[in-house]
Design a protein around this ligand. Structure first.
Ligand code: 6PG
Length: 228
């Protein structure tokens, strides 16, 4: 795994933002359109603010979420809310956003509904930015998810799946592994010593079979962006 290690979180944010905008721009030049999937949580804020200022033709960029909590955008748990507040402003306000959440009766219904919008985005994604928990989950591939095998199925045909995992906090919606690992640029953005140790343990020979290891094994191009 190619590793980009930074002394400061601000430096990581600026470097990753430049790398993503360069990647999107390459897609725009080559194909006239580009697509990006970002993760939520507490880590990406600085990076998203930096990316929002990049000067590219955002009108031709489709943006979605790697995963989402099954909550409305008004919730402070919503990754859509994070995207709208931290990325879809400044220059990037002109991008087209494709949410995963909809006010369906169940997360499964919302996942099926989200697939229509995801299907219309340019694929493979030009850029996908993953996060990770210290339990080795990434996206919403939680180790205690009842459908983990389906979530990690390299040959799966679904684009979006619902996830019901006790450790997830609430029902989740997640892009599936094939969509993520085929990205032209796939980055894992983590910060802090605990996550770095968790990643090293997960990737060590004979390490535990965790979702992040399954993704790394399926995606030799996965690049690490880490700051303390
Ligand atoms: C989410 C994310 C998830 C996240 C990790 C790390 O919805 O929570 O998409 O996969 O990347 O849980 O979250 P933190 O950045 O908050 O540590």
């Amino acid at each position: 795994m190619r590793r980009h290690l930074f002394d400061a979180r601000e430096d990581l944010a600026n470097s990753l933002a430049r790398r993503v905008s360069e990647t999107l721009n390459k897609g725009l030049e080559a194909r006239g359109a580009a697509s990006l999937a970002i993760s939520g949580g507490s880590t990406p804020g600085r990076f998203l603010d930096a990316l929002s200022k990049e000067r590219i033709d955002w009108t031709k960029v489709g943006i979605t979420l790697v995963d989402e909590r099954f909550v409305p955008p008004s919730s402070d748990r919503s990754n859509e809310r994070l995207a709208r507040e931290r990325l879809l402003h400044n220059e990037a306000r002109l991008a087209r956003f494709v949410p995963l959440y909809s006010a369906a009766a169940t997360a499964e219904e919302a996942a099926r509904a989200a697939e229509a919008g995801i299907a219309l985005l340019p694929k493979p994604f030009d850029a996908v930015i993953l996060g990770m928990g210290t339990d080795g989950h990434t996206a919403s591939f939680f180790p205690d998810a009842g459908n983990l095998a389906e979530l990690l199925d390299r040959d799966g045909r679904r684009l979006v799946l619902a996830v019901d995992a006790p450790s997830a906090g609430e029902p989740r919606l997640t892009l599936t592994l094939p969509l993520l690992v085929e990205a032209r640029f796939l980055a894992l953005h983590i910060e802090g010593g605990k996550k770095r140790e968790a990643l090293d343990a997960a990737l060590a020979d004979g390490g535990p079979e965790t979702p992040i290891r399954a993704v790394a094994d399926a995606a030799p191009r996965l690049e690490l962006y880490w700051a303390p």
